[in-house]
Design a protein. Structure first.
Length: 147
C-alpha cells in the first residue's frame, strides 16, 4: 500500500487493509493535554472536529504514556475506560483495539472497533504488523495534522 496524497485517503485505505466496523485515528498534543479525531469511518457518530481534553487514567497511562496496545474483547472490558461505550455498542461493536503511534512519544492512536471477541492474539498481531508497516506514513500524516 503506497501512501496516497491526502490523509483521509490514506486512513481509508488503512481501514480497508485492517478491517473493523468502526475505525478512527486520533492525533494527540501531549503538552497541551488535547486529543483530536483526525479520521472516522463513521463521521455521523464520531465526527472529525475540534479538540477534547485527554482523559487521565489507566487507559491513558497504558496507551499514551507507556505506548502499549489496548485490547478489549467485550464491552465490559472497555466500558470502564470509554464513557461512550453505549454508542459504541449501538454501532454493533463489542471489542476495541487501540494501537499507539510513536515519534519518540506517542503522537496518536489507531482505533479499531469490531464485534465482540474480534481481537484474538493472531488478529492483533496481524493488525499491529499492518500498522507497523505503515508507521512512517502514519507519522507523516499525523504530524501534518498536528493540533
Amino acid at each position: 500500500m503506497s501512501p496516497p496524497r491526502s490523509a483521509d485517503a490514506f486512513f481509508a485505505e488503512l481501514h480497508e487493509a485492517i478491517g473493523g466496523r468502526l475505525f478512527t485515528i486520533t492525533v494527540l498534543d501531549r503538552d497541551a493535554g488535547l486529543a483530536r479525531r483526525a479520521y472516522s469511518s463513521h463521521p455521523e457518530a464520531y465526527p472529525v472536529s475540534g479538540t477534547k481534553p485527554m482523559a487521565q487514567g489507566a487507559w491513558t497511562d497504558m496507551v499514551v504514556t507507556r505506548g502499549e496496545v489496548f485490547v478489549a474483547n467485550s464491552v465490559a472490558e472497555f466500558a470502564i475506560y470509554f464513557p461512550d461505550h453505549a454508542l459504541i455498542e449501538s454501532l454493533g461493536c463489542g471489542a476495541a483495539l487501540n494501537v499507539p503511534i510513536r515519534n519518540g512519544p506517542v503522537i496518536g492512536t489507531v482505533n479499531v472497533l469490531d464485534v465482540a471477541g474480534a481481537f484474538s492474539p493472531p488478529v492483533v498481531t496481524r493488525i499491529c504488523a499492518e500498522i507497523a508497516a505503515q508507521e512512517d506514513a502514519l507519522r507523516t500524516h499525523l504530524e501534518g495534522l498536528a493540533l
